[in-house]
Every structure is written in structure tokens, then in C-alpha cells.
Design a protein around this ligand. Structure first.
Ligand SMILES: N[C@@H](CCC(=O)N[C@@H](CS)C(=O)NCC(=O)O)C(=O)O
Length: 252
């Protein structure tokens, strides 16, 4: 495969795809998309890169001009990750992340959690709201903390409680969504999302198993390297925020 990843490391779904490529030693070319300034909404992007107008997008080509000559274009991070697992040379490793037809039931459980991720954790993630607030409307931060951020955090807490309950019934030596020692695409996608609030400085004392699960996956070297921009962004938000983030009491 000759792969080009159109992405941005401030985007959770993009980081999940890039971490997987690195975990599986799949070679790829990186193409940064300035999505914050609307690049993914420009007509050329929809026409040549991803008709869904989102990143990540994966292009596969026989030569080195993916935007003009791609044989295959794919959007949606979950679909991209499954495709990478199906195509990777190292199938032994790839099947640990997503077994596909080799183990249909396990693959179905991974699919279940991936679908739940999009309908729950991703919808209630406060990171982008906090970042937008921090960059564009800092004078309204205390007011918007109450009207905008708190309701999202409350909804996120119910998803965290569901995960904590799920992990209670898992083998305590390895916390993974689908059981077993190896993380899957579901763990990776969800932890990439949740790690954003950890990067700001929130901790999850009320959800100790969830906290351990995040820590286990986030401490992998590829995860840390690909997340370095989000870690820096989180630090800068924390340092300039004053007390409004309420880091100590939000997730008790
Ligand atoms: N469900 C999609 C979500 C992708 C998505 O929301 N990407 C954002 C960046 S995090 C984006 O491309 N935004 C472009 C825009 O809003 O113009 C996936 O998992 O790939």
C-alpha cells in the first residue's frame, strides 16, 4: 500500500488513525490539513480528498500524487482503522487490534464499542468547547462554564460511570473494553478522546478503573508521540485558565 493520511494532530480521530499506523509499522505519508481554518470544507478537499469533508482521510495510490491519482479514498476514522487492520502486512499484530473474520464475535464487540464511542464519549467531550472558549471568548469563561461546559461534563460523567461499571466485571490484571490483555480499536479511539481532558489537567478520581485504562493505553510511546501537540495545548489552556476549569472537583 502507498498511503497518505490527511489529518491534524489536534483532532482525536486523526490521532487514533496515526497511532494505529505506527503501532502496526505501516508506512504512510503525512499531509497536514488546517481544519480549524476550514480547509476540509473547501471544494477541492471534497472533490479530491474526502467527500465527507472531514479529517482523517486516507488515500491509497500507486504513484506519489495521491490528491490527483488516488485509487481509493476513505473517510471516517473507525472505517479507516478497520481497513488498515485488514490490509497491514503484519496480520498477527493487526488481528490483535481488530480480528475481523478471524473472530467475528470479538470483532462485533469492538464494533459495538466503536459505535457507542461516537454516540456518547465523543458527543460529550468538553475539550473542543474549552479550547474554543480559551482561544476566542476568554472573557466569558465563567459564564460559559455554567451554561455550556458543565452540562457536557455531566453527560460525560454518565458515560464514565457506565465504563467504570463495565470494567468492574473485567479481569483486574488487564482493563480492556473487550476483555483480554491486548487493546483494540475501541480502546484506542475512546482513549484518544478522553485523553484530551486529561491533557488539560482533569483527573478522574471517581472513576479509578477508567483512569487506569486511559493511563495504560496513553503511556504507549506511539500514543505519547502523536499526542504531543494536544499535551502542549492542554498545558497552555491550564496555565492561562485561572480557576474556572475546576480541575479538582469536576470528576470526583
Ligand atoms: N466521525 C468522524 C469525525 C471526524 C471529524 O469530526 N473531524 C473533524 C476534526 S476532529 C473535522 O474534520 N472537522 C472539519 C470541519 O469541521 O470543517 C471520524 O471519526 O472520522
Amino acid at each position: 500500500m502507498n498511503l497518505t493520511l490527511y489529518a491534524n494532530r489536534l483532532s482525536q480521530p486523526c490521532r487514533a488513525v496515526e497511532i494505529l499506523l505506527r503501532e502496526l509499522d505501516v508506512p504512510y505519508t503525512w499531509h497536514e490539513v488546517d481544519f480549524a481554518n476550514g480547509q476540509a470544507r473547501e471544494p477541492w478537499f471534497a472533490e479530491r480528498i474526502n467527500a465527507l469533508k472531514t479529517i482523517p482521510a486516507l488515500l491509497e495510490t500507486a504513484d506519489d500524487d495521491p490528491a490527483m491519482n488516488a485509487d481509493f479514498r476513505l473517510g471516517e476514522s473507525h472505517a479507516i482503522q478497520r481497513y488498515i487492520c485488514r490490509q497491514a502486512d503484519n496480520q498477527e499484530k493487526a488481528r490483535c487490534w481488530y480480528p475481523g473474520e478471524q473472530d467475528s464475535r470479538r470483532a462485533a464487540k469492538i464494533d459495538q464499542w466503536l459505535a457507542w464511542h461516537h454516540g456518547n464519549i465523543r458527543c460529550h467531550d468538553t475539550f473542543h468547547d474549552i479550547m474554543n472558549l480559551h482561544l476566542t471568548l476568554p472573557m466569558l469563561k465563567y459564564e460559559l462554564q455554567q451554561t455550556r461546559i458543565r452540562p457536557l461534563q455531566e453527560r460525560l460523567k454518565s458515560s464514565l460511570a457506565l465504563l467504570e461499571h463495565h470494567f468492574k466485571h473485567q479481569d483486574a490484571s488487564a482493563i480492556t473494553l473487550c476483555g483480554g490483555k491486548h487493546s483494540t480499536l475501541a480502546d484506542l479511539s475512546m482513549v484518544c478522546e478522553l485523553y484530551q481532558i486529561i491533557a488539560i489537567g482533569y483527573r478522574l478520581p471517581g472513576y479509578p478503573r477508567v483512569a487506569r485504562w486511559i493511563d495504560t493505553i496513553a503511556s504507549r510511546p506511539h500514543f505519547q508521540n502523536v499526542s504531543s501537540e494536544i499535551i502542549a495545548q492542554g498545558r497552555s489552556i491550564r496555565e492561562q485558565s485561572g480557576g474556572y476549569l475546576d480541575l479538582e472537583h469536576t470528576f470526583i
